[in-house]
Design a protein around this ligand. Structure first.
Ligand SMILES: O=C(CO)COP(=O)(O)O
Length: 124
């Protein structure tokens, strides 16, 4: 099971807080984490093993989309900041579109991610 994690700058603390709530359960399960560069650094500092890709604005979102298109991902958690502007908004839209094309579970806020992780940790 491979999960991609991405958070805009205004949501990185939320991502770390969210993941920390599942730390024990994720460590017990066979879950690999992959993240865009800066999100990955935050997650790593919180004590998780994570594969770090490029930072989002320079291609990290596109790398995650490519992994999704190649069926290498089982879930994408993308905490977007709807109150900020992003120079790479086309990449953000492309990633979400690719998730829909390939029917990959995609959570864009902590409430939906929480439901998905609860389902995941109960069934794995
Ligand atoms: O920009 C992002 C998502 O669109 C996230 O990228 P970083 O994790 O490198 O900040």
């Amino acid at each position: 099971m491979k999960i991609a994690l991405i958070a805009h700058d205004g949501k990185k603390a939320d991502m770390v807080h969210f993941l920390s709530g599942f730390k024990d359960r994720l460590h017990q399960k066979d879950v690999e984490l992959v993240a865009t560069g800066t999100t990955g650094s935050h997650i790593e500092r919180a004590g998780f093993d994570v594969q770090k890709l490029l930072s989002g604005p320079i291609g990290g979102d596109a790398q995650i989309a490519a992994m999704a298109a190649q069926k290498e991902l089982d879930m994408v958690i993308f905490f977007r900041d709807p109150l900020d502007k992003h120079p790479h908004e086309p990449d953000v839209q492309m990633l979400m579109r690719i998730c829909d094309v390939h029917n990959i579970p995609l959570a864009t806020n902590p409430a939906s991610a929480d439901l998905m992780f609860k389902a995941l940790t109960q069934t794995l």
